[in-house]
Structures are given as structure tokens and as C-alpha cells.
Design a protein around this ligand. Structure first.
Ligand code: GLC
Ligand code: GLC
Length: 815
């Protein structure tokens, strides 16, 4: 069953009832100021770092689900009746309800008792604030005497501390109310220079800044005392829980529409001009007030909304496709790149599944996020690459994560995830292929942010490869360290203590656990680096990296082929993992995907065999599970993977991130139906009709869908923040549709499902626009052998780079 529908023309998903199986969320803000918003206006906002600079408070795992957010209450003063136009938190049954999640904005509309409300929530481009625009229409034939109350709960900046250290925080909260604006200024004394503010376009009938006064003691958001009685308390917070609420009176004639704008924002003052008058403790409002005034004007908001929409039209313009399949079109053209933008921005930090407290930016994750993002804003990808590389260690290793506010490696998690450094090569390579900008390789980048250690980025890439080569095990395969891509395959951990995290527990020395996955990734990375070396004219480097790739491929063939698939690893004791010799966990998806996509076994038939085994043992109608058979008990020598119940997460869940590797592999061996079948099985739009099973948003990928061993097979979790976004974009656009940036041009090599007669696409690449049309002349299979470019045939499938500004017509025939 569906809970809404796609409005492709407006690039919105329209939710038609508020009680979706889980909160269905969206993101506001593309840069420094970011908010998460659900279809009932739940969620929170932060500035740059969700852990350290949280603006509004949120309680995770709450009951009722998703309470706390950007709330507006409407109150009919003649009857005293009040409700939430966003359904939450009062949950009054509305006469109509509609939530439109668009690209970086959300519109929630409803009507109740003859009053129609529509609220636009957005973060305007380049601003550190969010706008809520309420339009209220009186559809009655009598006048309406209405009260509007707003409500946000401020977070005392450091999100973890604000939730846990209340013996202190109950005494620190401070606010100011000045000229209708509520300023949250906790700790705006000597060490902080920032405040949050909450403003309203209308004259106030009252305000509240102390949560427990606004709500009333022992009450929740569903029946605030101020709203119930129809009058604010004008409370000023001293300690406890600072809060922002405005009260506005609106008298609406029949048919009349009124607009009320609320602006919630973040502001930093220059340290030497914090106070006004100097020497006082009063916030200097000289700099922020003009910004507030501007955004309280309807025309600024309208114009800001228009600019936001236009910016998305341009962000999406590098690739637009028209295929026979609507689920493909809307994911490729709209939602998948949108999700890639969000994962690029917030990494794995903030959603309704990630608290924004625990995790910074992943080294591995952020490099992979680049793969789906680089074509949209290459300059930001460039900056990100340099930030990531600056956290690399001099050994070539990497911190597993870094904090976005400081851009420093995170010591708590440390390093030793031995796949991490190799992803940097894939990230840089994707950037070079998209832009051709080889100057990035000469950028001076420090190791571990130590200024005196700067070396050209190219050297960082060399050290990444070297890091693997310096750490080979007894079979000549790379040592796994703490873990590889699979964070939960902890072969050196041997944890017996409840509650200990597998990610940081001291590893046991003396073993030599090896990873076939890293070996496959190494082959790919070494080949990519060979190409990069060639680009720099370093022919000898190129030859040696190519030789390293071949050597590692040889080691895989000798020690990692199990007879019908690639093995997964060798454990601490040298025993095989992911082999028919094992009783559980006999076959894993990761090495099948990664080895084949790095070209191993494509010529000699091993690839086809491995993919056949994937189909036989791992494929389900809800996607490809991570491994089989699931671990039924804890294996101390394997770690966290075997701590999950069968069918969930890495223990044989459909870990969606791995599925596109198999799609790419299928495309590489020419199996279009196979590749596309896998693509459709996890495409969220194609799963819309089973929303009651899938439960997560139908417009974005989730990290995981419960596997066939789980009682809830087909149920998704952890939507939004997952490498699934970038990799699916790569799989469908570059390998199935086959439009692929390479170092010296644009490859057009589609591997389509048999039922497709072809497709058309527009791809903007290095300043030129390619109008591509692909048509099929075979009934099954087939590949493109040559292209017709502006009417002239050329051999092969590589389009040379056209001059910037050129519009190039490309025709390709699958025969
Ligand atoms: C999570 C992590 C990612 C890891 C994957 C598999 O998605 O963010 O880094 O590769 O899990 O364990
Ligand atoms: C947990 C998750 C795994 C994730 C890891 C990151 O182990 O199960 O998916 O990659 O945390 O820290």
C-alpha cells in the first residue's frame, strides 16, 4: 500500500496521511545550517556540527514517535479549540492533510474546522537560518478570531552534554527578548560568540522562553498550557529549558488569507563586538537585526524559495534521462542525486537513525559519497578531498572519522580500518574523471593536519597504496586491521565483554587476519592510480601500479577462489571465512562485487561463476543479502557481525550498499537483465507499493532491508545516510545506462534490460552538453560498438572531450 505519490513535475513526494509507518523525513539546508524535518514537522537543526553546535533539541527513540520539532499551534479563540496543522503534536484528526517533501524544503498543508493552513519550511541558500512561512486562510463564511503559537525547544549547543549533564545545564540557560525577537544566548559569556534567534513577522500578543512554563508542569507538547488558555506567560528563562514561542493574534475575514513568517537562525558576532553596550552582557544585535528584518519580509521569502528551486534545477542538470521506466527516471533525475547531496553534506551524522552525537565524517564514507556527488558541484568535491586527505596519517593510514567543525581526525575511534586509505584513490579518481582538473594532484596537503608535513596530494595516493602493501598477510592478501568495509567483521577483536564496542576495543596482537575485500579494492585502486600516474606523465609509476594490481589479482585467484565464489577473508588463526568449508557464513557478497568490478575473473569465467552463486545463494525479491547462511550464534573470532540476529544488518541483511557492486559486476559481464533486476529490487520508488512492508521513505535508499532470515523480511531501516545512494547512482547511470566519465572522455556503453528499446539522456560534461540517444536493434543482450557524433561515425564507445559550451549529438546503437 502507498501513503502518498510522486509529483515528478514539481519534484516532490506527496504524503497523504500523517501516520506514515515511520516518520518520513527530509533535509533543509545544503551547507552550514542544516535541519532534519519529518512529515509532521518533527526534527531539529544545527550549525555545521550536529554534536557541537545544535540549535534545537530532540529526543531520540521517543514515545510518541518523533515528538519535538518545529511546531505551530492554531487556536480558535471563540471556541478555545486548538490543533496542530502538521498533525503532531496534538494529533487532532485533520479534515485534510498533505506533506510535500521537495528538494531542500517541505510544505505541510491541512485544513480543520474551516481554516486552511500551509507551512513552508526551508533554509534559504547561503543563509544560516530557517524560514517557516505560515499561510492561513479562513474558508468559513464567518470571521475567525485566531491565535497562532510557535514552538521550538533550544538545545544548549553541545547536544550530548545538553541531554546528559543537566546538573549543570539546569543553571546555565539564558535568553533575551528584544523587539519581538527571542535570542537564545546560553553561555554567551566569555567563551561563546554565537546565539540562536527566533523571530516573527507579526506584532506579538505574548511570548514564552521557558519550556515548562509554556507547556505547564507535567504536560507534553500535545497540550501546552499557554495554548490551552490562549495566552502566553511572557516567561523569561533563567536556567532550566530555554524555549522559543511567539503568540500572534489574527482576525480573519471570511475568505481572507494571512501570512505569518517565523525565522529561526544562528548568528556569530565578532568576539570584540559581542556586547552592546560594551562591558554589559547584552547581545549586540547590530549585525543580525538587518538579516532578521530581511527574512521576515514576504518578498524575500518568495524570492528565496524561487532561488532554491532554481538552484536544484541547475544542480540536477548535469544528467537527465528519459527511459522506459518511471522508477528509474525519477530516481536518476531527482531523488538519487538529492540523496547524494545530503549524504555528501551530512555524512552519517544526522537523521532519525543517526543521532548527530556519535559520528563525524567517515574517511571511507565521505570518499564514497563523492562518487555520486562530484558531477553536481565539483568545486565542493575538490575541497572535501583536500579536507579528507589532510586527516590522512603519515603512514598512509587514516583516522576512521573526522569532525566537520574542526576538520581534525577523531581520536576516539582512531584508525586501523585497513580499507580506509584506498577509498581516497577512488574519490580522487572520480574527481579527475569528471573534471579533468589534474592540478588537484599538486595541491600541498599535510598529514594529520601537521603543517610542516605537507606533500602533494599525489603522494598521499601513493602512500595509500603503500599502506596496503606494507601490511600483507601470510597468503599475500592485505591484513584487515580493525575491519574493512564491513565494520562488523572484526577478526582481531575477540570481545567477550558485554557493552564493549567492537569499533574501539583493543585488538588482540599476533594474528594475521586477511581481507579478500581489501584485496579486490586494492586491485581497483592500483589500476585507478596507474591511470592517474599516466595522466601526470609518470609512466614508470603507472607500470608499477599496474603490476601491483596484477600481482594482487593473482594472489586472489590463487588463495581466494573457493570453487564457485570468492572467499571473504582469513581469520586470526588463518582459517578461511566465506567458504563452503564453513558451516555458517559460507558466501559473502562483498568480495563477489568488489573483485568482479575490479575486473578479476571477467576474462576467465570466474566472474560469471561468482555472480551465478550470488543469484543462487544471496538474491531475494527484496535485494541481495550480505551473506549466507546467517550466523545463528556469536562467533568470537568474527566479532560484531555475528552479534546481530539473523537477517539484520551485516548478519545477512540486505545491506543495500553492496547491491550496486553486483549490479556493476553484472553489467561488466554484459547481463543487462540481471543488473537491472537487482536495481529494481531495491529502488525505493519501485517499492512504493509495498510501503507497509518497506516502511521507510519511498524516495530515498535505506542502509538496510531485513534479509530472508529475519521475521520482518523486506522491512527497511536507517534511511537516507548510506553509501547506497552514491553507489546506486554509479551503478544505474554509469554501468546500466553506461554514461561514464573517464580520464580522457565520456564513455557511452549501456548494458540494458532486454525489454528496453533504448533511452535518451542529456549529460553535461566538462562544460559541453551531450544529447545522447541509445536505440536497441537486438532482441537480447548486445553492446554498442561505435558512436555517431554529430552525424559522423567514430570507432569505439569513448566520446572525446568537446570544447566547453558545445552541444554534441550522440547516437548509439545496441547491436
Ligand atoms: C555503515 C558504515 C560504513 C560501512 C558499512 C558496513 O554503513 O557507515 O562505513 O562500510 O556500515 O559495515
Ligand atoms: C555499527 C553498525 C555498522 C556501522 C558501524 C559504524 O557497527 O552495525 O553498520 O558501520 O556501527 O560505526
Amino acid at each position: 500500500m502507498r501513503y502518498g505519490y510522486f509529483d515528478d513535475d514539481r519534484r516532490e513526494y506527496v504524503i497523504e496521511r500523517p501516520d506514515t509507518p515511520l516518520p518520513w523525513i527530509n533535509y533543509l539546508g545544503l551547507d552550514a545550517y542544516v535541519g532534519v524535518i519529518s512529515n509532521t514537522a518533527g526534527g531539529y537543526s544545527y550549525y555545521r556540527d550536529a554534536r557541537l553546535r545544535r540549535i534545537t533539541r530532540y529526543r531520540y527513540n521517543n514515545a510518541p514517535l518523533d515528538s519535538g520539532g518545529r511546531y505551530i499551534y492554531l487556536r480558535d479563540n471563540s471556541s478555545g479549540e486548538y490543533w496542530s496543522p502538521t498533525w503532531q503534536p496534538t494529533q487532532r484528526a485533520l479534515d485534510t492533510y498533505e506533506c510535500r517533501h521537495g528538494l531542500s524544503y517541505t510544505l505541510i498543508g491541512s485544513s480543520y474546522a474551516g481554516l486552511r493552513a500551509e507551512i513552508l519550511y526551508m533554509v534559504p541558500l547561503g543563509e544560516t537560518l530557517e524560514v517557516w512561512r505560515l499561510r492561513l486562510t479562513n474558508e468559513r463564511d464567518t470571521p475567525a478570531d485566531m491565535s497562532v503559537f510557535s514552538s521550538v525547544e533550544f538545545c544548549l549547543w553541545a547536544a550530548q552534554d545538553a541531554m546528559t549533564n543537566f546538573q549543570r545545564n539546569y543553571s546555565t540557560g539564558e535568553v533575551e527578548v528584544d523587539d519581538g525577537v527571542i535570542y537564545h544566548k546560553t553561555e554567551y559569556r566569555e567563551r561563546r560568540d554565537h546565539v540562536a534567534y527566533f523571530a516573527c513577522s507579526e506584532p506579538l500578543a505574548g511570548f514564552d522562553t521557558q519550556r515548562d512554563t509554556f507547556l505547564g508542569p507535567y504536560r507534553g507538547w500535545d497540550r501546552p498550557a499557554a495554548v490551552e488558555r490562549g495566552e502566553s506567560f511572557n516567561s523569561v528563562a533563567h536556567g532550566w529549558a530555554p524555549h522559543g514561542s511567539h503568540h500572534v493574534h489574527l482576525a480573519l475575514a471570511p475568505g481572507e488569507t494571512r501570512e505569518v513568517i517565523f525565522v529561526l537562525g544562528y548568528w556569530e558576532n565578532p568576539p570584540d563586538q559581542k556586547f552592546d553596550p560594551p562591558g554589559s552582557h547584552i547581545v549586540n544585535k547590530t549585525f543580525v537585526r538587518p538579516v532578521i528584518n530581511r527574512w521576515l519580509r514576504p518578498e524575500t521569502v518568495e524570492d528565496g524559495f524561487e532561488r532554491l528551486r532554481q538552484s536544484w534545477t541547475s544542480l540536477l542538470s548535469p544528467l537527465q534521462v528519459d527511459t522506459p521506466d518511471a522508477d528509474t527516471d525519477r530516481m536518476v533525475n531527482i531523488w538519487n542525486p538529492y540523496q547524494c547531496m545530503v549524504t555528501f553534506n551530512v555524512s552519517r551524522s544526522v537523521s532519525l537513525y543517526e543521532s548527530g552525537i556519535g559520528r563525524g565524517m567517515g574517511f571511507r564514507d565521505s570518499n564514497q559519497d563523492l562518487l555520486g556527488f562530484v558531477h553536481m558541484v565539483p568545486e565542493r568535491a575538490r575541497e572535501r578531498i583536500l579536507d579528507i586527505a589532510a586527516t590522512q596519517l603519515a603512514t598512509g593510514g587514516a583516522y576512521h572519522q573526522y569532525q566537520p567543525l574542526t576538520k581534525r581526525g577523531n581520536n576516539v575511534l582512531g584508525s586501523g580500518f585497513n580499507d580506509d586509505p584506498l577509498w581516497l584513490i577512488l574519490g580522487v579518481s572520480a574527481y579527475l574523471k569528471e573534471t579533468g582538473d589534474a592540478s588537484i594532484l599538486d595541491e600541498q596537503v599535510p598529514y594529520d593536519n601537521a603543517a610542516d608535513s605537507a606533500a602533494p596530494l599525489y603522494e598521499h595516493l601513493e602512500r595509500s597504496l603503500g599502506y596496503t602493501l606494507d601490511r600483507l598477510g601470510p597468503h599475500g592478501l592485505p591484513l584487515i586491521g580493525r575491519a574493512d568495509w564491513n565494520d562488523c567483521l572484526n577478526l582481531n577483536c575477540f570481545s567477550e565483554t558485554p557493552g564493549e564496542t567492537f569499533q574501539t576495543t583493543a585488538n588482540k596482537n599476533g594474528g594475521a587476519a586477511e581481507s579478500v575485500f581489501i584485496a579486490g579494492l586494492f586491485v581497483q585502486a592500483a589500476k585507478e592510480l596507474a591511470g592517474i600516474a599516466d595522466l601526470r606523465g609518470l609512466a614508470e609509476d603507472a607500470i608499477s601500479h599496474q603490476a601491483e594490481a596484477e600481482k594482487m589479482a593473482g594472489v586472489i585467484a590463487e588463495h581466494a577462489w573457493d570453487g564457485a565464489w570468492f572467499r571473504r577473508a582469513y581469520d586470526y588463526f588463518g582459517n578461511v571465512v566465506g567458504s563452503s568449508e564453513n558451516d555458517e557464513g559460507q558466501i559473502y557478497v562483498e568480495p563477489q562485487g568488489m573483485c568482479v568490478l575490479s575486473g578479476i575473473g571477467v576474462q576467465n569465467g570466474l566472474a560469471t561463476k561468482a555472480l551465478h552463486s550470488v543469484r543462487e545463494h544471496l538474491a531475494t525479491s527484496h535485494g541481495i543479502v550480505l551473506m549466507q547462511p546467517a550466523y545463528s550464534r556469536y562467533h568470537v573470532e568474527l566479532g560484531e557481525i555475528s552479534s546481530y540476529p539473523p537477517g539484520y544488518k551485516e548478519n545477512a541483511g540486505v545491506f543495500c550498499h553492496t547491491n550496486p557492486w553486483v549490479m556493476i559486476a553484472e553489467a561488466m559481464v554484459g547481463n543487462g537483465d540481471g543488473a537491472f533486476g537487482y536495481y529494481k529490487s531495491i529502488n525505493p520508488s519501485a517499492r512504493e507499493e509495498i510501503s507497509e512492508i518497506h516502511r521507510c521513505e519511498p524516495y530515498v535508499y535505506a542502509q538496510m532491508i531485513a534479509g530472508k532470515d529475519a521475521p520482518t523480511h523486506g522491512e527497511a531501516k536507517n534511511s537516507w545516510l548510506t553509501g547506497t545512494a552514491a553507489w546506486n547512482f554509479v551503478a544505474i547511470s554509469q554501468w546500466i545506462l553506461g554514461i561514464r566519465a573517464e580520464l580522457d572522455g565520456l564513455r557511452i556503453d549501456p548494458v540494458l534490460p532486454d525489454s528496453w528499446p533504448g533511452f535518451t539522456a542529456t549529460r553535461r560534461f566538462r562544460g559541453a552538453t551531450y544529447e545522447i540517444s541509445v536505440t536497441r536493434q537486438t532482441t537480447t543482450g548486445g553492446r554498442v560498438s561505435h558512436l555517431v557524433v554529430d552525424g559522423k561515425p567514430i570507432d569505439g564507445t569513448l566520446l572525446p572531450v568537446a570544447p566547453s559550451g558545445a552541444v554534441v549529438q550522440v547516437a548509439a546503437v545496441i547491436a
